[in-house]
Write a protein that binds this ligand. Sequence first.
Ligand SMILES: Nc1ncnc2c1ncn2[C@@H]1O[C@H](COP(=O)(O)OP(=O)(O)OP(=O)(O)O)[C@@H](O)[C@H]1O
Length: 625
Amino acid sequence: MPTTDAVTKDRAGRSTVRSLLRLWPYVRPVRVRLSGAALVAVVASCTGLVFPLVLKWMVDGPVAGHDPAGVWLGALYLLLLGLAEAGLFGLRRWLVARPLAGVEAAMRADLYRHLQRLPVAFHDRWASGQLLSRGTTDLMLLRMFLAFPLTFLLVNSVTILMGVAIMLAQEWTLGLVLLAPAVPVMIVCWLFERRYSEVARRSQDQVGDLTTVVEESVLGIRIIKGFGRHRSQARAFRELSGKLRGTELVKARLLASIWAVIVTLPELAIGAALVLGTVQVADGHLSAGTLVAFLSTALALRWPVDSIGFLLAMSQEAGTATERYFEVMDAAPEEPTGSGDPAEVSAGGRFRSSAVRGAALFGTGAAPAARLPAAGTAGGLQFHSVQFRYPDAPADATPVLERIDLHIRPGESMALVGATGIGKTTLTALVPRLHEVTSGRITLDGEDITQMSRDTLRELVAVAFEEPTLFSATVGENVLMGAEDTAGEPELDRALAVAQADFAHALPQGTATQVGEQGLSLSGGQRQRLALARAVVGRPRFLVLDDPLSALDVHTEAAVEAALRRVLAETTALIVAHRPSTVLLADRVALLSGGRIAAVGTHHELLRTNAEYAHLMSGAEEDDR
Ligand SMILES: Nc1ncnc2c1ncn2[C@@H]1O[C@H](COP(=O)(O)OP(=O)(O)OP(=O)(O)O)[C@@H](O)[C@H]1O
């Protein structure tokens, strides 16, 4: 997540208007309605300026001539004008409400789609609260800007110009008195715009930080309670919300000061004009009706002038919201690959998840059978001099994976063993391209994975992670995410059986039971088994399992292993393993050490010939006991 300082520097020279202009592609489809609504609002607002003219006619005519019928007629005109004004403002609201809700929805959909296409490295860097606040608060600010300040800055400017023209036409000397504050008000607005945009940005970023803390506190509630950390967590929350409160107070102070200037100066000018006008009426140079009309016009302009302060404030907030929105939208998505890449653009594919790294990669059964090894190339899964360094790691840091050369033959299952933190998870994440290799190649049946479309790649490879993620959906939907849309009950039952997840049938509504955040809570082992079922449901050609049995008790593990053995016989698999029982599932074992594959062989061979492996396994055996 970029820091606030970096953001402030980056923003130098970028005006609010320039930011807001980036909204044009979204506003374009509704431009006719928006312009229509603005026109209606201008007419409605100018209707308000006709009131003083009717008043002038009434005061100089029927009132001066003691004509009650004329006064009633004038009152009727005023009533009709009032109704017309109210009706027109109502029409404006009706014109903008639906299209702007559509603009907000389209922007939110684009943001969501883009988030799904952004690489995992992006999500590693950005706090989820910052993304959430951009998709909610910022978009709401934008909708409000399009509905209100955008129109009313125009409407009020036109109304003020028309009002000033009417006043100058009635009595130009008084008109000039009222115009006197225009220059200082404009200078104050300019100063306000610069200062407020900075503070608005800070406030919106702090809302994002606060969202992150709340989200973490809710997700980690067990840890917080378990370790009695509620006080420190509450302190962190209080500090952040105190900061936000401070920023909001700065905003309020800025608004108050601009408001003081915008309200006071015109009021003083109106007072001066009233005194001057009364003297002129007393001297007989001005009719009472003209003075009434003049002052009514001046008062009718009070709202358009007074509102400039908060319209500018809302525009600034919309400008920073636009900036924040496009900071995410401008981030480069995963590199396109291969010929045609439907997965790149598909928001409706199997990556509809909110948890990006969770169990987001699932194989399907249809395609793999059709994809045979290319002639003359080694089949299976092969790493060719693969090097990998995390994108945010310093350039001189040692790569996590320095040079990986490994060949898993077609149909073979290979266990990956290594000390904790050595890079096993990282290595498995390279196969479905959750991260891109820094150098070297990975091939599936001889074909470079970077040359395949991601859709094809993810059809070939299915993954189950150590931390199984379940989505707010039914058990069945969670498992079937791993298969083509055509997969149904038989595939589901088979996968549940393989993963020893038959407990799903005994849940209150069977496989239609809701799980995930809003649903029934499942144990760690149950979640792992469902994640495993999801990985195998599509009968993938390649299976990558990151320590998938870590949360199972010994008996369940044995049962899952027995079932997995059948699955592994049909696929080419890479399994991160910590325990000998998992290692024994595989045909061979690769030992990862110092960023390289230090040894490959059967479990018993390595036990005999490799001291590091024997050491790792002896510790694990004790754990097993
Ligand atoms: N997103 C990331 N950015 C930078 N470094 C990372 C990232 N994820 C992991 N690392 C680092 O990469 C190294 C390898 O991590 P990895 O999770 O692959 O280890 P592992 O062998 O799977 O460990 P374990 O057995 O404990 O699961 C660690 O030093 C870790 O700190």
